[in-house]
Design a protein around this ligand. Structure first.
Ligand code: FES
Length: 361
C-alpha cells in the first residue's frame, strides 16, 4: 500500500517542479522582468518611480499662527531640496497631501512643514492637526519642486495666508545674497499669518514687506503691487485662487509669473463633465475597468486598485500621474510638461479621446 502512495507523491512533486520551472522561464522572458518590488501598484513612469516613500519622525510640533501648526520631521539621508519644494505627506487615512517645505534647506536631517486647519476642507488638514503629534512616525514622499526660484533681476512675491510657506525659504535665500525683492503678504488677521515676525525682520531694510491684514485694511492690492515693476522681474504668487487670478491679470509684460496652487484653478479642471465612457486596461495588473461618463479614470481604477496614489483629485498636485502605454490621451490638467504629456497623464482629471487607454498599472 505504501508504494502507490509514494508514487503519487513523487508525481505531484515532479509536476509542481515542472510548473515552477515553466513559470520561471515565462517570467524571465516577460518584458516586465525584473518586476519592481513595490508595496502597491504605482506608475511605471520614471519620475514617479524615483519618488520613494520614507519614514520620518515628528520631533517637534508648534503653533505658528492661529490654526497653523508647524511640524519638524527628522530622518536619515534625506534628499536635499531647494526653496519652493514640497513634500507629500501620507496621512493615516491613506490620503496624500502636499505641504511646502518652509525650513532651512541646509539643515541635513530635517524637513519642516506648516499646515493650516481648513474647517470645511476635505479632511487632510484635520488629520494632520489631530493625529500628527510629536513622537509619531509618518510616511512622506519627495521632495519635489514645481515652484523653483529662478534667476531674475528682481523679485516680487504675493502671498495669501498659508501661501507664504513656499515663499519663506525664497525670501531667506534672497535676503542672504542681497537680492532685490519685495513681498505683499495678505491674511485674515495678523494673528492668523504665520512667520510674520521673521518676515518683517527680513524685509525691515528698505521697506520690502507690505503686510495687509484683512480685518484692518481689507484685501491686498495686487494691481498696485505690480504697477511699477521693471521688465525682467520674476513674480511669484501662492494663495487663494482670486489672489492668483488678480496677480495673473495684473502681470506687466516682460515679467515672468510663477504660481503655486494648492487648490484647483477652475471647476473645469475636475474634468468629469461632458465626458463619454471608455475602457482602461491596467496592463501590469491584467485587469480592465470601464470609466463611465462623468466618472474619473482615478475613481474607476481605484475600484480595482484601491491603493493607487492620488491626492488633490483636481489635476494640480501630480500625485496620480501614470504612464500610458496605448491610446489617445485627452489631457485636462495644466501641470504636465509637453514632454510628460507624451506618455503619461493625470488620471484624476484627464480622459481618453478614443474608446480605450492602456495604463502601466
Ligand atoms: S491627484 Fe493631484 S493631480 Fe491627480
Amino acid at each position: 500500500m505504501a508504494l502507490p502512495r509514494l508514487r503519487t507523491v513523487a508525481v505531484v512533486a515532479g509536476a509542481a517542479l515542472l510548473t515552477r520551472r515553466a513559470l520561471r522561464r515565462r517570467i524571465a522572458r516577460s518584458p516586465l522582468w525584473p518586476m519592481p518590488a513595490l508595496p502597491e501598484p504605482i506608475s511605471g513612469h520614471p519620475q514617479r518611480r524615483a519618488t520613494s516613500i520614507r519614514r520620518l519622525l515628528i520631533t517637534e510640533r508648534a503653533s505658528v499662527a492661529e490654526g497653523v501648526v508647524q511640524l519638524r520631521l527628522e530622518g536619515t539621508a534625506l534628499p536635499r531640496w531647494q526653496p519652493g519644494a514640497h513634500l507629500d505627506l501620507v496621512l493615516p487615512s491613506g490620503l496624500v497631501r502636499q505641504y511646502s517645505l518652509c525650513g532651512d534647506p541646509d539643515d541635513p536631517g530635517t524637513y519642516t512643514v506648516a499646515t493650516r486647519l481648513v474647517e470645511d476642507g476635505r479632511g487632510g488638514s484635520r488629520e494632520v492637526h489631530e493625529q500628527f503629534q510629536e513622537g509619531v512616525e509618518i510616511e512622506v514622499r519627495g521632495p519635489r519642486n514645481r515652484f523653483p526660484l529662478v534667476e531674475a533681476e528682481a523679485y516680487v512675491f504675493v502671498a495669501g495666508g498659508i501661501g507664504i510657506t513656499p515663499i519663506l525659504p525664497m525670501l531667506r535665500s534672497l535676503a542672504a545674497r542681497g537680492a532685490d525683492w519685495r513681498l505683499l503678504y495678505g491674511g485674515r488677521s495678523r494673528g492668523s499669518m504665520p512667520f510674520l515676525d521673521e518676515i518683517e525682520k527680513l524685509g525691515a531694510e528698505g521697506g520690502r514687506v507690505t503686510v495687509v491684514a484683512q480685518d484692518e485694511a481689507g484685501h491686498p492690492d495686487a494691481v498696485a503691487a505690480l504697477a511699477d515693476i521693471a521688465p525682467g522681474t520674476a513674480v511669484y504668487c501662492c494663495g487663494p485662487e482670486p489672489l492668483m487670478a488678480a496677480v495673473t491679470a495684473a502681470l506687466p509684460s516682460g515679467c515672468t509669473l510663477h504660481l503655486e496652487r494648492f487648490s484647483a484653478a477652475t471647476a473645469d479642471a475636475v474634468g468629469a463633465v461632458d465626458s463619454s465612457a471608455f475602457e482602461v486596461e491596467l496592463h501590469r495588473s491584467g485587469r480592465t475597468v470601464q470609466v463611465a461618463a462623468g466618472q474619473s479614470v482615478l475613481a474607476a481604477v481605484r475600484e480595482e486598485l484601491p491603493h493607487v496614489s492620488y491626492s488633490c483629485e483636481q489635476g494640480f498636485c501630480g500625485t496620480c500621474q501614470q504612464r500610458v502605454l496605448e491610446g489617445e490621451i485627452d489631457h485636462r490638467d495644466e501641470l504636465l510638461t509637453d514632454d510628460e504629456r507624451g506618455d503619461s497623464m493625470l488620471i484624476c482629471v484627464s480622459r481618453c479621446r478614443g474608446g480605450r487607454l492602456v495604463l502601466d498599472l
